[in-house]
Each structure stands twice: as C-alpha cells, then as structure tokens.
Design a binder for this molecule. Structure first.
Ligand SMILES: [Zn+2]
Length: 453
C-alpha cells in the first residue's frame, strides 16, 4: 500500500476511531484496589470485542493468578514476514473531583482547542484506538505477523511482568511497539528512547528517647523533625540539582522542552522557580531527581508543645538511563547515613530499585519507525526521553532477546496532562500515529521481502 493511500484511509477512519475513544473514555476502568470491578470487566470485554472486530479474531482475556487479565491475540502475516508486538493498556488512572476537573472525566468532551478531554483519553485509550485504526487501515490483514498485548493493570500493581515470564513464547518478536508515549508538542514527532529508573527508601531520624516538653528542653535538645529537614536539604544544592556523591548523570542530546512548556504542563505556581540547572530535557531524562514523597511525624491536629523524637520520610530518586539501580540506591543510602546533623540517629530501609531503560537505536526496526513517523508528520522525527519508568520493558527484553523497541504514541507531553485533571488528546496526533504505525508495518514487510531486513 502506498503512503498516500495509508494517509487517506486513516483520515476516512477517524470518525469511527473517535467513536471508539468516546465509548472507552465513558468506562471508569480503574484497576486500583478499592474501586469496583464491574467497570474493569466491562472495559476488558468492550476492548476485547473491538479488537476482535478489527481482525484479531482469536483475541482472549488471558488467565492470570490475580488481578485483571491482559488481552492477547495474534494475526499471522505472510510467510517469513517480521513479527511485531503491539502494546497498550486498558486501565486508567483514577480521576477524583479534588483534582479539579473542569469537565466530567468520564465523558469524552470536545473543546474549542480541538482536543478531546477525559480520563484516559490520552493514557492510554489513545494507544488502544491507534492500534484499532492501524489494523483497520489493512482491513485486518497486516503485512507483518502482528501480536497484540493489552495490559489491564498498568497504572497499579502490574501483573504483566509475571505473565510475560510465564509465557515468554507469546512475546517472541522482532519489534515491540509500545504505544503509550507522546511527542513533546503536537505535530512535532519524537520517539522515546530513554526512560529513567526509580529507586526508593524510607529514612528514619531519631534524636530523643521520648517526646519532651518544648519549653523545658527546647534549645539544647534537638527534635527529630528539624534534624530530618536539615538532612533532606543536603540532597540538593542551592539551585535544586541533586547533590549526592556517586549518583550517575548523563548528557541529553535529543529533543528538548522549554521552561515554558514545562511550566504549563506541570502547572508550577506563578513565581515558583523551576529547580536544577541546564536544559529541561537533560534535567528530566539525563539527570537524576530526588524527592520526599511521604513524611510520618506528629500531625498538626494532635500536636502540642512537645519536641518530636522520631520522624520518617520516604525518598524517591529517579535514576538515569544506563545506570544500575542497586548502585544508585547505595549512593543515596550512604548519603543519608552520613549527612544528618547533630549526631542524630539515622536508619534507612530500601524499598525499591527499578531499572532504567535505553532503546537500541541502530537497528532496522528503529530506523523504519523513525522514517515512518517522519513521513506521517511531514517533518523529521526527534528523540525524547521519558521521566517515568516502565520495568516491563526489561522483562520483554529478556523474553525476546534481540528484539527492538519503538516507544511512541499520541500523548503529547506539553498538553496531554496524563494522570492529572483535564487529561486530553489531540485527535490529529491519533490520526498521524495510525499512519505512522501502518507505514511502519508496511516498511518492515517490504524490508523483509527485499531481503535487506
Ligand atoms: Zn500509560
């Protein structure tokens, strides 16, 4: 199929694609504990039927020991054609009213800016409908062998890694296409090539055997909360760069975000400065970040004039692509153990060490994807990072050694606001991603057919 024919077909398919997106946004498919299971079951069944209808006739909800099931299917391509796994997920983040939604999160709402608002509209229902559209371009008969894996618990305690480990043969392939990412800005194509990893620990600081009267003892007797605050403040320099000896940094030379992009997508309060120095892309994807994500101490309601003897904080550190999580966590723990003021007692408990991921960018699959993306958008494709972590990628890499990865999708970083209020997607990004995915399958098939692939 010619490129212009693919583009024409994608355009003609868009009304149906948007209808599917609207149907799926309306189902509050939250897999988190404490939420009802009916919407997840409805989402699983609806998604399953949609994918059966576009050609994955053997799609099934797979059996898993616990949690919501992934959906798996295969369409056999022409003999000897490359094998591609398409990934997306059908669960979404919660959307509590206190997040500040300006339209109902469970009603796909078309606004004047041309975007469609709703929880999951971008993350990752846009990925689901991109795959549906891609299959429809080929009338359900793609030029490659296509395997489909749709996860049901991506946003919570994923059960997919265990499923992949139990059934590696299902994931044997030449290329994984992870459609759960986005360009930095609408219309500016980018492949995600680097993802930070994530380590965490809980630090406990003790200064006193028990609480003390703050009037009688305050002054010479140190309280644990002030000691903890001083300890935490040593994790950054004055500009907000991570200041921990032995933590890895790299250099970012892909596409970049401006400070304004970041401010608007993160809703940083007016007058509050961005932390760290250097290009924003580097700060997000090539440098570590460290944050306190939880604190235990006396709460205000029960506070009195008492010195606090013990305080705890959970520290999360994002680590750079190419680094080893255990070594990075060692550096963080060593820093915490040696920087408390006043001889305060410090105990550190390790809670997480998830690896980063770096895409191989010198293989034929990646080259075909870069060309397909550039052609779909009519301009060269850049490389972007992703600050988040996807441990699943390492598991897939182990299940299919040598397979390449393409990470992309319609969730533009500047405006999609995934996981936040007023999440949205730009339908033009979905259309172009359908074109890019269809072109990718076409190119891979041609490459294999001409003997060059
Ligand atoms: Zn997602």
């Amino acid at each position: 199929m010619q490129a212009n024919e693919i583009a024409d077909r994608a355009r003609a398919l868009m009304p149906g694609v948007i209808e599917d997106l609207e149907k799926l946004v309306a189902i509050p498919s939250i897999a988190f504990p404490g939420y009802p299971s009916e919407p997840m079951e409805q989402m699983g069944a609806t998604t399953l039927q949609m994918f059966r209808d576009v050609g994955f006739t053997n799609a099934e909800l797979m059996e898993v020991p616990s949690g919501y099931p992934p959906i798996y299917a295969e369409i056999e391509g022409p003999e000897g054609s490359p094998v591609v796994v398409l990934y997306a997920h059908y669960d979404v983040q919660p959307a509590p009213p206190e997040q500040g939604w300006t339209s109902d999160p469970w009603t796909a709402t078309h606004k004047d800016d041309g975007r469609i608002y709703g929880r999951g509209a971008a993350d990752d229902i846009s990925g689901l409908v991109s795959h549906l559209g891609t299959l429809r371009v080929f009338d359900g008969k793609p030029p490659c062998t296509v395997k489909l894996i749709l996860e049901g618990m991506e946003e919570t305690e994923s059960n997919l890694e265990a499923f992949v480990e139990a059934h590696p043969e299902l994931f044997a392939c030449d290329l994984f296409v992870i459609c759960d990412m986005g360009n930095l800005r609408v219309g500016e194509p980018a492949l995600t090539t680097a993802l930070r990893g994530d380590v965490a620990c809980v630090v406990t600081v003790r200064t006193l055997e028990h609480p003390l009267h703050s009037g009688v003892f305050g002054g010479p007797a140190p309280d644990a909360m002030m000691a903890l605050a001083r300890l935490l403040s040593t994790l950054h320099d004055d500009e907000g760069n991570v200041a921990i000896d032995g933590v890895s940094e790299t250099v970012w030379d892909g596409a970049d975000l401006t400070e304004d992009d970041l401010r608007s997508s993160a809703d940083v309060l007016e007058g509050v400065e961005l932390t760290g120095s250097g290009p924003v892309g580097g700060r997000l994807w090539a440098r570590p970040s460290v944050n306190a994500i939880g604190v235990d101490m006396t709460n205000i309601a029960t506070s009195s004039n008492v010195l606090i003897p013990e305080a705890r904080a959970k520290i999360s550190m994002r680590i750079v692509p190419g680094s080893e999580p255990e070594a990075e966590l060692d550096a963080l723990v060593a820093h915490l153990e040696t920087h408390a003021p006043w001889g305060a007692k410090v105990e550190v408990q390790r809670t997480k060490a998830a690896p980063p991921f770096l895409c191989k960018t010198d293989g034929p699959g990646y080259a075909a994807a870069r060309d397909a993306l550039a052609e779909a958008f009519g301009r060269p494709a850049g490389e972007a990072g992703c600050g988040g972590s996807i441990p699943l990628l390492r598991t897939l890499e182990t299940a299919a050694p040598g397979a390449e990865f393409v990470l992309w999708g319609p969730e533009d970083v500047a405006a999609a606001r995934i996981h936040a209020s007023d999440e949205s997607v730009d339908p033009s990004e979905i259309e172009k991603m359908i074109v890019a995915q269809a072109l990718l399958l076409q190119r891979l098939a041609e490459g294999a057919g001409s003997g060059s692939g």
